[in-house]
Write a protein of this length. Structure first.
Length: 368
């Protein structure tokens, strides 16, 4: 009887592991199928095309494309994307011009705005690191390390007990020593990437502080009766070390957008994607509950102005719904069934398709 008991347990364990592998394989296959559609619709040679915005390209979009190519094991496309990004968007300081508009000679002369967007650097470096781990190419890791150094030199602002990420080198702070107010975008905090990229830094504690500062900011960035974060926020750092629960004052004064909208929708996904965040039950409840309440509104508006609570007349896009499904899948144990992802096709624009693949990747990363 004892032998039968152990044999039965072994059979159950093997069966469970087989089920996990089967689910992971299905998710991987579905991701690759969606990726093929994404590549056909939005990748032109080495650039990712924003079809909903005059066919421009962004450093952020290049980062997304590179991440997706790694996950799909498509090294040829990855290399094409990275080569175009280096040749066309990379500046002499190792950062990337954020916006490219097609022009006659189709070269770096088509750069529409030479300023960078730090989410682009974070995503590109993360994609390179993941590529080096997947394909064993040391040069990718070296390139990622160089981007990390450039970010540290120009975009990380250290102030007393906090480290924050400038959205770009220019235009968001009059004084980069941290003595004046800064305009921040918390959707640029890609939390799982921040954790991984710290391994490439000579000062990993700065990335640790960046992660923690992001959580503190979001804990104090719950605006309006809906308690949601805004796309953009004004941050005035504390002038001296004080209460660690508030590293500075936050407001919606003179910001690019006081909405919870197309930028901030990425925040709950990037939180839930992070294993480190998911381990903190108290914080997950505090930071994610407002999204669950917002998504319970039917139909859910795409955006809300957090100053006057005016909502968009149109509902969330399919990409935004994908974020909701991913967060529920990652965070709610009672909703572990496989999400029914929207199909990426010609009726979906670049950003919605990117949010969908990004959501699928977050679930895929945590499937094992």
């Amino acid at each position: 009887m004892v032998k039968l008991h152990y044999a039965t347990k072994a059979t159950l364990v093997i069966g469970f592991l087989f089920l996990l592998a089967s689910c992971s394989t299905k998710e991987d296959s579905e991701f690759k199928s969606q990726y093929i559609a994404y590549k056909a619709l939005f990748v032109d040679g080495g650039r990712v095309v924003d079809t909903g915005n005059d066919d421009v390209s962004h450093s952020e979009g290049q980062g997304y494309g590179m991440l997706f190519a790694v996950a799909a094991n498509d090294k040829d496309t990855f290399d094409a994307l990275w080569h175009w990004t280096q040749r066309t968007l990379m500046r002499e300081d190792g950062l990337f011009s954020w916006r490219y508009r097609p022009c006659v000679d189709n070269s770096s002369s088509c750069i529409y705005d030479p300023n960078n967007a730090s989410v682009g650097e974070i995503l590109i470096a993360w994609a390179l690191l993941r590529a080096s781990e997947k394909w064993g190419v040391g040069k990718y890791e070296e390139d990622a390390r160089n981007i990390v150094r450039a970010v540290e030199q120009k975009l990380l602002v250290v102030n007393n007990n906090s480290v924050v990420l400038l959205p770009g080198e220019y235009g968001f702070a009059s004084d980069q020593t941290g003595n004046s107010s800064l305009q921040l975008n918390l959707s640029y905090w890609v939390f799982p990437a921040i954790t991984d990229l710290s391994s490439l830094s000579d000062t990993p504690s700065r990335w640790e502080s960046l992660f923690e500062s992001g959580l503190i900011l979001l804990s104090n960035m719950q605006f309006s009766t809906y308690q949601l974060p805004s796309d953009w926020v004004r941050f005035t750092p504390n002038s001296a070390e004080s209460d660690n629960s508030k590293i500075g004052a936050l407001s919606l004064d003179n910001v690019i957008s006081p909405e919870f909208g197309f930028n901030a929708i990425r925040i709950p996904l990037q939180l839930a994607w992070s294993p480190r965040f998911r381990q903190n039950a108290r914080l997950t409840e505090k930071l994610l509950s407002p999204y669950y309440a917002w998504w319970a509104i039917t139909p859910t508006p795409a955006t809300i102005n957090l100053l006057n609570e005016e909502t968009a007349e149109y509902e969330m896009s399919k990409g935004m719904r994908s974020v909701q499904m991913a967060v529920n899948s990652l965070m709610k144990s009672e909703e572990k069934q496989r999400p029914e992802w929207p199909e990426i096709n010609r009726n979906m624009d670049y950003y919605s398709a990117s949010l969908t693949l990004l959501s699928m990747l977050a679930v895929l990363d945590n499937a094992s």
